[in-house]
Design a protein around this ligand. Sequence first.
Ligand code: G3H
Ligand code: 13P
Ligand code: ZN
Length: 332
Amino acid sequence: MTQTAIAASSVSYKDLGFVNTRSMFDMAMKGGYAVPAYNFNNMEQLQAIITACVQSRSPVILQVSKGARDYANATLLRWMGRGAVEMMKELGKPVPVALHLDHGDTFELCKSCIDYGFSSVMIDASSKPFEENVALTKKVVDYAHPREVSVEGELGVLAGIEDDVSAEKSHYTDPKDVEAFVKRTGVDSLAISIGTSHGAYKFKVKPGEKVPPLRFDILEEVERRIPGFPIVLHGSSSVPQDYIAMINKYGGKMEGTAGIPEEQLRQAAKSAVCKINIDSDGRLVMTAVIRKVFTEKPGEFDPRKYIGPARDALVKMYVEKNEKVLGSAGRV
Ligand code: G3H
Ligand code: 13P
Ligand code: ZN
């Protein structure tokens, strides 16, 4: 099913109960932590993200990719996001929630999301030449800012292949470009490439071998050039090896996987990095638990009995990320 139609009538994110990322990032910068940006495509992922962030008292950025909109239906996803906000209110323990378009690749898609009530969008023109990236990003900013929607831009290219994100080789961000990009586009945050990449196969390493460290020197130079400006890290899953082992134990085949070590993400979260994107880790946890249930209970056919345990494991993982890696727990 494909559904990326432009909204018939627009609605402001404020009426849906979302916030933009500005005050979130101000607080994260001052507090030396990063706001989690978790992707969702279905109800159980959304429930897990919200439950974990309410439980750990963390602000949260709910990320919807183009692929998620195509998979789940754009209208349904928007109302699911709103439903999550209403659910939190009913529980009496709301936390700030931004609804964010992840890796928007055209002006039309960003506009559609803004009209649909997103409070934040990413325009990812990082694979285009610098001048084209500036022009397209500025066009999105010019539409978003009068509506108080925040905009994330990107400089540098991350490697990794997913539904709608694909690049064979990464190009580190050139710190010399960042001042001009930020000034000329007016973006609210900047995603940079310092060695992270998308997916579960971030580095080619043999068992027991260490992964190469992130380029903190680039991050420091970026911070020196645009002090106090919110930086975003994509491709920040850690690819937990216990879940990889579980996937393989219960019939899966994932070999040579490696992610970003938590210690490096902790270090990044204390710097100008205000937003850390995690999607693959959620996919791995869900896959591992569902495989385990299928193997141990081959007669099970009620989806609640296998997606439910996966959702519980997701909650635990997101709480741990907020508490032990991003430092966003207890900030609300
Ligand atoms: O960075 C990309 C996200 O993990 C979204 O992936 O395009 O497969 O939904 P997707
Ligand atoms: P991972 O694939 O490392 O989870 O990255 C997700 C991401 O960057 C979403 O934009
Ligand atoms: Zn990404």
